[in-house]
Design a protein around this ligand. Structure first.
Ligand SMILES: [Zn+2]
Length: 197
């Protein structure tokens, strides 16, 4: 009898051609405000879109409040400040908002008067204060109420300088008034950035 062939099950791999770390190089001086993706380029793909309707995943208002970038089973994926700005808020997974947002922080970008809330990070948030585009501000994780159930970055865009009270949504209309599509905003500004992989 010949031995039974055991088929190897392939583990899911990230979309990228290379798993080597991506270095975002931001020139010291630039005529334009610099913007970079919040995740390394191979992971700069939406796994969940803004306001995607799903009443099972989002039972309260039926829609996704931000955008998700999936980790595709990978760990230790760095998260970058998407533009020059200021970390204006941060809290840990064991804080009241952390129960849903995990370790989280908010980056305020004055050039567009908008804020970006990074959620589900694997470690406590960075210190408050100014950061440059491309500065690492965290590591992708799965803390808090991570609806996708896997390591990913949930990124929410807010108009103005972020305060946590703004996160207390009361309706879908309230979400639409306070937030915007963070992925779309970043992509609109990327043409001013220089990325070296
Ligand atoms: Zn999400």
């Amino acid at each position: 009898m010949s031995p039974i062939a055991v088929k190897k099950i392939k583990k899911s791999t990230p979309p990228p051609a290379s798993s080597a770390p991506v270095v975002v190089v931001v020139p010291a001086s630039s005529p334009f405000p610099m913007w970079t993706p919040p995740v390394p380029l191979p992971y700069f793909i939406l796994s969940q879109t803004y306001l995607n309707e799903d009443w099972t995943l989002y039972p309260k208002f039926g829609h996704h409040t931000g955008v998700d970038y999936g980790g595709h089973g990978q760990t230790d994926i760095p998260l970058f400040s998407c533009a020059d700005g200021e970390i204006v808020y941060g809290n840990t997974a064991d804080s009241p908002w952390g129960a849903s947002l995990g370790n989280h922080c908010a980056l305020y970008v004055p050039s567009v008067d908008r804020s970006f809330l990074y959620c589900h990070m694997s470690a406590p948030p960075p210190a408050l204060g100014e950061v440059k585009a491309g500065t690492q501000i965290g590591i992708m994780g799965n803390t808090g109420k991570s609806a996708a159930g896997a390591i990913h970055l949930h990124l929410e865009g807010f108009f103005g300088r972020f305060v946590i009270a703004a996160r207390a949504f009361t309706s879908l209309a309230d979400i639409q008034t306070k937030t915007f599509d963070a992925d779309q905003c970043i992509r609109e500004h990327l043409s001013f950035g220089i990325l070296t992989v």
